[in-house]
Ligand binder design. Structure first.
Ligand code: UN1
Length: 478
């Protein structure tokens, strides 16, 4: 039986009525989960930003222990509701329920991590060059932050922006992707129960125009965005033009090198999961598989057998490894990109999808891809990867670094010498040795080089740089 949900914005603790503009359906079963979504215009965004601004005083007055307690409450509530949240994420975005449960637990831990960070926001105090005077450095809130988040991690990415924003005394206007609005509303319900001052977190639903209104809203002091490179560039232009702070996490065409001395089982596992899990819809997914010639055929056949074992199907089922793409639009985009590169390598279809016309896309690998192929440069946000055959380690590194992106990069080897050279020379913000390019820890800095990222790192202790502003006080006794 299908369930109908009408979603609402939530500003200053109240849901506000709005006209419905869009709908989202379960991408694996178009008759299941239909949510109706409004589109917040500039006026709604302004109301939300005003509510957030009005909450800054009460948030400061409540103090750090209250903030820390609230973040802990949110973290615990997410863990307690992980099963329901995971099923909703699976139904709404096609992420497998196993992955989604992992995501919920990650979101829970992120809130708990930042509950601690709220209490550890230490500054510095040192002597001034002027005798008798002292210098103090404090890390103060930036103010109202606008958060624009994608559908592929519908609660973990919001968590790693909302939690540090709140930990350091900011307030939030949050716009989730329209593809994951129901998951966002579920997270928002949990946040609303954490007993923070009204207006601490405000949820505005919508698509591109709502995001644009956030970027342009003058009451918003800083904007953090995760999504595509094209949209990221627009976000930066609008936000920077009005002098506000901006942080972007965008795509990657992440490379993974397999050397002849690699443990083949580890290499196959890293590539199979890195390229095809989550149907390739992770900015850290492996897109370029760079393999030393001598082992390329053996590696390919082992990879082929491994991917054949994956269960592709209904993301709501516990046994499923790979679900569908998140929406018909996503399927259309991936199909078009794959058609555009059809002649740029030898295609090895790696799996079959359930026989219906939902949003499934079979894992696809292009072999013998040339270094100047589009596959080497453009991100395909789907279960699609290119295999590049190279002579040796130096050729592999040259190919790896021939990209305007630089999010994550991987190497599979048993050679310490090559691992050290990779860590020194690979142009990427996150380096994985004998581990997949996707799958990051919640307490470590996250971000890339080149066109992949802009602004300070997210996550872990590094997150403070974006969500605080330094204030230097000089003081001498009167
Ligand atoms: C991960 O690989 O564990 O959108 C996280 C994304 C990234 C998060 C990846 N921002 O896929």
């Amino acid at each position: 039986m299908s369930e109908t949900l009408i979603l609402s914005h939530r500003v200053a603790g109240q849901t506000i009525p709005a006209v419905i503009a869009m709908e989202q359906r379960n991408p694996a079963d178009r008759d299941d989960l239909i949510v109706h979504i409004p589109e917040a215009g500039a006026a709604t965004v302004a109301t939300a930003a005003k509510a957030a601004q009005d909450a800054l005083g009460p948030v400061a007055a409540a103090g750090i222990e209250a903030r820390s307690d609230a973040l802990n409450r949110i973290g615990r509530a997410i863990a307690n509701n992980a099963t329901e949240l995971a099923m909703l994420i699976a139904r709404e975005t096609g992420k497998t329920v196993r992955d989604a449960r992992g995501e919920a637990m990650r979101a829970s831990r992120i809130f708990e991590f930042f509950a601690g960070e709220a209490l550890r926001n230490a500054g510095e105090r040192f002597e001034s060059t002027r005798p008798g005077a002292m210098v103090e450095v404090m890390h103060s809130p930036v103010g109202v932050v606008g958060l624009i988040t994608p559908w592929n991690f519908p609660i973990a990415i919001p968590a790693w922006k909302i939690a540090p924003a709140l930990a350091f005394g900011n307030t939030v206007v949050w716009k989730p992707s329209e593809v994951s609005s129901a998951s966002a509303v579920a997270l928002m319900r949990i946040i609303a129960e954490a007993r923070m001052p009204a207006g601490s977190v405000n949820l505005v639903l919508g698509s591109g125009p709502t995001g644009q209104a956030i970027c342009a809203e003058r009451r918003i002091d800083a904007v953090s965005f995760t999504g595509s490179e094209g949209v990221g560039r627009c976000v930066r232009e609008i936000v920077a033009a009005r002098g506000a702070r901006v942080q972007l996490e965008m795509g990657g065409v992440n490379g993974f090198i397999v050397l002849a001395d690699a443990d083949l089982d580890i290499a196959v596992d890293c590539v199979a999961t890195g390229a095809f899990f989550a149907a390739g819809q992770r900015c850290t997914a492996t897109s370029r598989i760079i393999v030393e010639d001598g082992i390329a055929d053996a590696f390919l056949s082992a990879l082929h057998s491994r991917v054949q074992q994956f269960a592709i199907g209904d993301p709501r089922l516990e046994k499923t490894d790979i679900g569908p793409l998140a929406s018909p639009l996503q399927k259309q985009r991936v199909s078009q990109q794959v058609s555009a590169v059809r002649n740029e390598g030898r295609v090895a279809a790696f799996g079959t999808v359930p026989d219906d016309d939902d949003c499934y896309f079979a894992p696809t690998l292009f072999d013998h891809v040339g270094a100047d192929s589009l596959l080497a440069q453009e991100e395909i946000f789907g279960p699609v990867a290119g295999m590049f055959r190279v002579r040796d380690f130096d050729a592999a590194m040259a190919l790896l670094n021939n990209s305007r992106h630089g999010l994550s990069a991987g190497l599979c080897t048993s050679s310490l010498k090559h691992a050290e050279a990779f860590k020194r020379d690979a142009r990427a913000g996150m380096l994985m040795v004998n581990l997949p390019t996707a799958g990051v820890d919640h307490h470590a800095p996250f971000g890339g080089m080149g066109s992949s990222s802009y602004g300070p790192r997210e996550q872990g202790r590094a997150a403070r740089a974006f969500y605080t502003t330094m204030r230097t006080t000089y003081q001498r006794p009167a």
